[in-house]
Structure formats: C-alpha cells, structure tokens
Design a binder for this molecule. Structure first.
Ligand code: BG6
Ligand code: MG
Length: 210
C-alpha cells in the first residue's frame, strides 16, 4: 500500500524530551518563571520559537523580538550540550531492527521533524544512513499542525502523500499528517488523536501495518 515512510524524530526514533526540558528549565529559572513537566509536554512537535512563547505565557514583562531570539539561542546552546553526548546507545535496538527490516522491504524512508537539530541528532546516533530524505525545521515556513514538513518530505521522495505513511508521537504531528492527506501511525500521545490511522503500542508494530 505504501512506498514511503516519513518519521518524526523526537519522541519516535529517539527520546530528547529530558534534554529539551532541562535546557528550557534553565531559561525559565533565569527569568524566574514557572516551568514544569506538564508544560514541557505541550512543547512536543512545536517549533523552538513557538515553544518559547508557551514558556513566556505567564511572563509579565514585554520582550523584544531580539530578546526572544537571544533566549531561544541560549536554550539551544544548552540543548546542544546534551545532544553532544548522544550516541548509538541512545537508540533502542528495536528502532534499528525495524529500520533495517523496512530497508530490506525496499521502502523509501524520510524524516519529517520540526527540529533544526535533526541532522545533528541523526549523525550522532548513527540513524542518518537509513534516510533517503530529511525534511526538518530548517527553512520551514509553517510548523506542525501545518502539513508543510511532511509534504516536503514526500516531495523529496517523489511520492504522493497517499503513498506515504507518517509515524508520529505528537498530536500536532498527527493533525499535520491528516491535513496533508497522509495516513498516520501514532505512538504514545499520537494514539489518542481522532483520525489517526494506526495505533502502535511499540515501535516495531510498524512492521505489521505497512
Ligand atoms: C520537535 C520537538 O521535534 O522539535 C519539539 O518535539 C521542539 O519539542 C522542536 O521544540 C524544535 O526543536 P529544535 O531542535 O529546532 O529546537
Ligand atoms: Mg515528536
């Protein structure tokens, strides 16, 4: 049925949630604003600048665009320190095994991630070799739930959306898939979104639905 599979990165192929949390927490602490795990949850699938806006929701002092950019850059410097420590051992064996099998079955594989650090994470973890196309947060005009990042991935694979399956953990990502005309496989939070095509309890169940 499908010829290509488009994977979200954070929360699907690797777990970077803790790193995002710790990096944002340092920014929130400097500004003396409340930031907790529940709020961190809302940042899944959301771009860096939109994440900052969520963190600044209850901040009463007005910030200029330049100040916001500086804060986002500072967060990214902290975040990159964590990413520097990543290696193959941060990826579950089941992820490598599943991607190996998908390659054996001749699927075209792409990344569809909101992150501007996707290339760096893929290099550090040894995941990069599996992918025929990488569509990430660089040069993206509209982030999920807009379908742009997935449409660009499908286009890079030279496939129509109907020929691709999107694998996602975030609600915004499942909605983006729906908006772009893609079938979707939800993991974690992604399973609870109305309209998701398949619900995966474990990553390797992907092999049963393609
Ligand atoms: C997504 C994450 O993959 O990337 C979000 O789920 C994150 O939490 C977004 O905000 C942007 O990441 P980056 O690496 O460009 O700051
Ligand atoms: Mg995700």
């Amino acid at each position: 049925k499908y010829m290509g599979i488009i994977f979200d990165l954070d929360g699907v192929l690797c777990i970077t949630d803790r790193y995002h949390y710790q990096a944002w927490k340092r920014i929130a602490d400097t500004l003396k604003i409340e930031f907790n795990e529940a709020k961190n949850h809302r940042l899944r699938g959301v771009s860096r600048m939109e994440s900052l806006d969520i963190i600044l929701e209850n901040y009463d002092k007005p910030l200029s665009v330049e100040e916001k950019i500086a804060l986002a850059e500072e967060k990214n410097r902290y975040y990159r320190e964590f990413l520097e420590t990543m290696s193959e051992s941060d990826i579950e064996d089941a992820v490598f095994a599943t991607l190996d099998e998908l390659r054996v079955r001749r699927y075209l594989l792409a990344i569809g991630s909101s992150s501007k650090n996707a290339g760096f994470i893929l290099e550090k973890t040894g995941l990069i070799k599996y992918f025929d196309a990488i569509s990430d947060g660089n040069g993206l005009n509209k982030s999920k739930p807009d379908p742009e990042v997935f449409l660009r991935a499908a286009d890079d694979l030279r496939l129509a959306p109907e020929k691709c399956l999107v694998v996602e953990d975030a609600a915004a990502g499942i909605m983006a898939a729906l908006a772009g005309g893609f079938d979707s496989a939800g993991i974690g939070d992604g399973t609870a979104v109305p309209g998701v095509t398949y619900r995966l309890e474990r990553f390797e169940e992907l092999l049963e639905v393609v």
